[in-house]
Design a protein around this ligand. Structure first.
Ligand code: A3P
Length: 345
């Protein structure tokens, strides 16, 4: 009898213990997400309607849950009206540079509760067919957000496409423009690697980087090769400066975003007049990926897709030296114009 009672007591204690542990785990998870649900401090007037000092607590829930459904087009008109959700034109655009780390920058900025990203590259300003569809078509491509949030899109082709600066200017002459750059030779090799991988996927052969980057007739750098041309940052920036003052640009160090993302993101928060909300908690180094990944809360983490962070093919050192020498004067001019100096060779 006594033995039976003891067994019953043990069973009860076990159930109570499990409940207590379960509740504790739930609380820890909630605190993790509550930390991200706190109302943010005031944002610059440009980004928030009058009298609205806080982002509602439900903002982040929308960022993770319902908003995702809305983006997929699963929202009813009633739901959108009820939550005052809108599709806003971007207040900031990551215009390039291709392979500079544009995806990482967009995803990391999206950690900020006041930022909503357009997940896809829209290619509105660089694609004549899309551009002809008009600004309402572009706006409809944007994610749903609260009016006081800012929408950011990225299309790296904008930086190098002739018509884009004028077109963006016509949409919003005071828009904020983000350019993420990497050491130009590394960026060119990364660009080549992406194309090479595409060819390999289709079982096609492709030239070696050396053959494309160096003109075989002159033995000089081949400026007709797109991967080289894209890395002449100053040439492209000069075209943009015909429309926008330099103050409207912010240059992000793409090499530093790889090794030390937080300080780079904090500079962007400042440029966008956002309160600093991205913290070290949101970024953790994943040794398997060899890159920083994103932590939204205790349960939800994500790393960038495997297509980001490819292994580059070996390139002849004399070609690298030649390219670095070639880019050097353009880099100096870029530092001078932007006021941001890099340790590029
Ligand atoms: P590599 O593939 O050459 O390493 P983009 O998004 O503009 O195409 O840029 C891709 C580059 O982003 C990658 O180039 C990678 O180095 C860089 N990158 C920066 N931060 C990253 C991160 N946290 N995870 C993966 N790639 C990142």
């Amino acid at each position: 009898m006594l033995f039976k009672q003891q067994a019953l007591l043990r069973q009860k204690l076990f159930v109570l213990g499990s409940l207590a542990i379960g509740s504790l785990l739930y609380l820890v998870a909630r605190v993790g997400s509550l930390d991200r649900l706190q109302p943010i401090c005031p944002i610059d007037g440009r980004f928030r309607p009058h009298g609205q000092d806080e982002i509602p607590l439900r903002t982040l829930q929308f960022k993770r849950g319902l908003l995702h459904e809305f983006r997929k087009g699963n929202a009813t008109k009633e739901q959108i009206r009820l939550h005052n959700l809108v599709q806003q034109l971007p207040k900031a655009i990551i215009i390039g540079v291709r392979k500079g780390g544009t995806r990482a920058l967009l995803e990391m900025l999206n950690l900020h509760p006041a930022v909503v990203k357009a997940s896809q590259e829209i290619h509105f300003f660089d694609n004549d067919e899309n551009y002809a569809k008009g600004i309402e078509w572009y706006r409809k491509k944007m994610p749903f957000s609260y009016p006081h949030q800012i929408t950011i899109e990225k299309s790296p082709a904008y930086f190098i496409t002739e018509e884009v600066p004028e077109r963006i200017y016509k949409m919003n002459s005071s828009i904020k423009l983000l350019i993420i750059v990497r050491e130009p030779t590394t960026r060119a090799i990364s660009d080549y690697t992406q194309v090479l991988e595409g060819k390999e996927r289709k079982n096609k052969t492709y030239y070696k980087f050396e053959k494309l980057a160096i003109d075989p007739n002159t033995c000089e750098v081949n400026t007709k090769y797109k991967a080289v041309r894209t890395s002449i940052y100053t040439k492209h920036l000069e075209r943009w400066l015909k429309y926008f003052p330099i103050e409207q640009f912010h240059i992000v160090d793409g090499d530093r975003l790889i090794t030390e993302p937080l300080p780079e993101l904090q500079l962007v928060e400042k440029f966008l007049n956002l309160p600093p909300r991205i913290s070290q908690y949101n970024l953790y180094f994943n040794a398997t990926r060899g890159f920083y990944c994103l932590r939204f809360n205790i349960v939800f983490n994500k790393c960038l897709a495997g297509s980001k962070g490819r292994i580059h093919p070996e390139v002849d050192s004399s070609v690298i030296t030649k390219l670095r020498k070639f880019f050097h004067p353009f880099n100096q001019k870029f530092y001078q114009i932007t006021g941001r100096t890099f340790n590029w060779p």
